[in-house]
Write a protein that binds this ligand. Structure first.
Ligand code: PLP
Length: 376
């Protein structure tokens, strides 16, 4: 089976998994335990925290809180800081951000503002800035879009936002960027969400990175873990496996980036242009190539590809539900419903091979031509 749905999740790193096994077999204790084994685990969690953080930020200015996933990290940022006035975000965000902001709007706590996208999926920065005013308490802009792969220059955007209103808390959903895109957090970004399973970690492990000077109110209350900011016994095994996966992923970040950029272009080059149009721009992440078989249904192509041994994603969040048939993000980029209906998202990992890329192209061409013939 050729797996090109790595933006949904990646295969966990087996070597990271093996290195972390001792945290199940021997070091299984509760890190809050008041005995030596508990203290030792606290020390190891501290080290893991530092490894994850050091890849992205200046450790003297930022700190990291473990969470259960990227969705929780986004929710914690939003529910902790979007508390008054208005919150500005983009039409490209993952539902982890849009649904949380919409919930606060529905509760009557904030006014929600969604900035439009450009054709390539990046936010229209001028439109976003026009929405920021003296009543804006919170701004959230994603780093890499999970559907089309556009990369927002979040450091530059955060700087412009702060120039307009220095009191704004700026959050960034970095789930599709961490470990994949060369990047360091600037002092203008206050919060940054990451998730383990997009880079060889396990599902159910995430982190929220925050500027140290920012007081983070808890979102989950209980035993006071994570210095009182996120209660719940830490998933020690998941965190340690994430740590080792991060060490592996960052050690090859630049070479993976260049190689996958080549593969993405090779795949696009091999696709039949009579069937597919390209949605992802060349400036986007090398990890995602979004295309549309205009006039055909992406969901049907997904199943046909699956039967031929190829796993891909589509652009729609939940295509069995007519309400969500078309991806809001693809429509927000200015594409029509026909284009949105035919979207296939092809997403890669460092394990993706050139041979798989060429085989995938052959399968996609075959099924696209077949379905087009049937539709005539
Ligand atoms: N944000 C983005 C951009 C994503 O792509 C995803 C997952 O697809 C999430 C947030 C949610 O992350 P998790 O699956 O860890 O909850």
């Amino acid at each position: 089976m050729i797996y090109l749905d790595n933006a949904a999740t990646t295969k966990p790193s087996v070597s990271a998994f093996e290195r972390a096994t001792e945290y199940v077999t021997e070091k299984f204790h509760n890190p809050s335990g008041m005995y030596n084994e508990g203290f030792a685990l606290q020390g190891e969690l501290k080290k893991a925290r530092s490894v994850l953080l050091s890849k992205l930020a200046d450790e003297s200015a930022f700190e990291l809180i473990f969470t259960s996933c990227g969705t929780e990290s986004d929710n914690q940022a939003i529910f902790s800081f979007a508390k008054r006035g208005n919150a500005v975000t983009t039409e490209g965000e993952h539902s982890a951000v849009t649904a949380a902001v919409t919930e606060l709007k529905n509760r009557g706590i904030i006014e929600a503002r969604f900035a439009p996208l450009q054709k390539d999926g990046r936010v229209d920065v001028n439109a976003l800035l026009a929405m920021v005013d003296e009543k804006t308490s919170f701004v959230s802009v994603m780093h890499v879009n999970n559907e089309i792969g556009a990369i927002n220059d979040v450091n530059a955007i955060a700087k412009l936002v702060k120039q307009k209103n220095p009191r704004v808390i700026f959050h960034c959903d970095g789930v599709q960027a961490y470990g994949k895109i060369p990047y360091k957090l600037s002092k203008d970004v206050d919060l940054y969400a990451v998730s383990a399973h997009k880079i060889g970690g396990l599902k159910g492990v995430g982190a929220l990175i925050k500027r140290k000077s920012l007081q983070l109110p808890p979102y989950i209350y209980g035993g006071g873990q994570e210095a009182g900011r996120r209660s719940g016994t830490e998933n020690v095994f998941g965190i340690m496996q994430f740590r080792y996966a991060v060490e592996e992923k960052f050690s090859t970040l630049k070479t993976d980036y260049e190689r996958l950029k080549g593969y993405r272009e090779q795949l696009w080059g091999a696709l039949d242009k009579e069937v597919y149009i390209r949605l992802s721009s060349e400036e986007g992440t090398p990890y995602i190539l979004s295309v549309s078989a205009r006039g055909l249904r992406g969901e049907i192509l997904l199943h046909m590809a699956n039967d031929k041994g190829l796993i891909v994603g589509t652009g729609s969040a939940c295509s069995s539900n007519a309400k969500h048939r078309y991806s809001k993000v693809i429509l927000a980029c200015g594409y029509d419903e026909k284009t949105a209906d035919g979207v296939l998202r092809l997403s890669f990992s460092p394990q993706t091979t050139e041979e798989e890329i060429l085989q995938a192209a052959a399968i996609l061409n075959e099924i696209g031509r077949d379905l087009a013939k049937k539709m005539k």
